[in-house]
Structures are given as C-alpha cells and as structure tokens.
Design a protein around this ligand. Structure first.
Ligand SMILES: N[C@@H](CCC(=O)N[C@@H](CS)C(=O)NCC(=O)O)C(=O)O
Length: 143
C-alpha cells in the first residue's frame, strides 16, 4: 500500500510538476520589505534553517511560497536528485518525506520538522512580522 501511494505521488509529480513550477514562477507572492537591520535579524535566525525538498512536490511548493512571502533566506536541498542531501534527510530526520525543515538551534541541538502545516506554523511563529492570511492577528481591522 505504501509503495502504491509512493508511486501515485511520483506519477502526480511527473504529470503536474511542470505545471506547478510554471504557476509558482508566474505568480510569485509579494515578499515583505523590511528595513535592512530587521532583515539582517531575520537572516540571522534563518541561517540555522535548511529546507529539504523536492522541486515539484506540491507541499514543498506551498512551503516555498510562504518562505518567499516572508522574504526568508533559507537554504534548500533537493532530496530527490542530490544523493548526499537525501542521505542527510534519511539519517537526520529518519525518513524520506518532504518538505522537512532542519532546525539547528544555538545550543547545537537539531530538530527535523516534517509536515508542511507544521513547518509553516513554525516559520510564522518565529518571524516577528509574519502575518498569516489564514490566521490574521486579532488587531487586523475588520477581522
Ligand atoms: N502531509 C505531508 C505530505 C508530504 C508528502 O506526501 N510528500 C511526498 C512528496 S509530494 C513525499 O515526501 N513522498 C516520499 C517519496 O516520494 O519518497 C505534508 O503536508 O508535508
């Protein structure tokens, strides 16, 4: 059954992948513009993050769009085509599933966060000026 699901996603990616990439490329979200000093603080935080992903995975595209919307500089690694990154994901996270956000904290601890919803929640919770369209702050007028 797991094999069947894996092949289903492979087929889906092969068919829809190019279309999704085109859509991602044609409709980029508008990134937040921050003063230089604030962007540097955000960059300092995101320096410890790495996104393991597949180029045409819809869940990864979703996370990449949030990264773009929040103007985050997060290193991405292709766990499909790059065998080294794939091995890192398997050994560190425990399974080949993407997207997966590797979070290295200041104490040298590393967390491997799976699930696009969880990753987006984590990013939005840790970026001070992140406003989620799905969860606007209570002070937003008219909400
Ligand atoms: N519920 C997960 C779904 C992630 C998922 O199914 N990812 C697929 C790629 S689209 C995957 O990693 N499949 C493993 C594989 O193809 O080896 C999420 O939202 O992140």
């Amino acid at each position: 059954m797991r094999l069947l699901i894996r092949y289903f996603f492979k087929l889906l990616r092969a068919i829809l992948g190019p279309l999704m990439l085109l859509w991602e490329w044609l409709t980029p979200p508008k990134g937040i513009k921050r003063p230089e000093s604030e962007q540097q603080q955000v960059d300092a935080y995101t320096r410890n993050l790495t996104l393991y992903q597949f180029l045409t995975c819809p869940f990864c595209i979703r996370v990449r769009r949030v990264i773009k919307r929040l103007s985050l500089n997060i290193e991405t690694r292709d766990a499909l085509k790059d065998p080294v990154s794939r091995q890192q994901l398997l050994e560190g996270g425990g399974t080949i599933k993407v997207p997966c956000l590797k979070i290295a904290d200041e104490q040298g601890e590393t967390r491997w966060l799976y699930e696009s919803d969880e990753i987006i929640r984590h990013l939005e919770a840790n970026i001070p000026d992140a406003e989620s369209p799905a969860h606007p702050p209570a002070s937003t007028p008219g909400v």
